[in-house]
Design a protein. Structure first.
Length: 133
């Protein structure tokens, strides 16, 4: 976006953070899956560095950050009202949090992948609806 327009807007930054956070969720799940192998070979992943319990807490904080940013974007009209549809992701994030906290990182990662695909479609649709109105 910056390359094409030559500027970085508040709106694009917020949208980029939403999409970026959803990608970070998958990274956390992948680090959890590789924990034993990473620890055995001395690889310094997030989970190895801070431990399983803290990683779980950090994952929950990142999920909460996503929803706080989403609410802020809606309240400051960074996202159009049509973006309310993104709230359908809440049960998926809840499921991912449950699976992650109960040592089921593969299922959490699958759920995050599904959530990311839906986020892309719903966000794109919401922004298109705004442009057409």
């Amino acid at each position: 976006y910056i390359y094409i327009t030559g500027k970085l807007t508040y709106r694009i930054t917020c949208i980029g953070l939403l999409v970026g956070l959803s990608t970070v969720f998958i990274t956390f799940c992948s680090n959890f899956l590789d924990y034993k192998e990473d620890a055995s070979v001395g690889r310094q992943s997030i989970m190895v560095l801070v431990g399983g319990r803290r990683t779980k807490l950090l994952f929950m904080l990142l999920l909460a950050s996503f929803w706080l940013l989403y609410a802020m974007c809606l309240s400051h009209e960074v996202l159009p009202r049509s973006a309310l549809v993104i709230s359908v992701l809440l049960p998926l994030h809840w499921r991912a949090a449950w699976d992650f906290s109960h040592d089921c990182p593969l299922q959490a990662r699958r759920t995050c992948f599904h959530s990311n695909r839906l986020l892309a479609i719903l966000l794109w649709g919401a922004l298109l609806v705004q442009k057409s109105v």
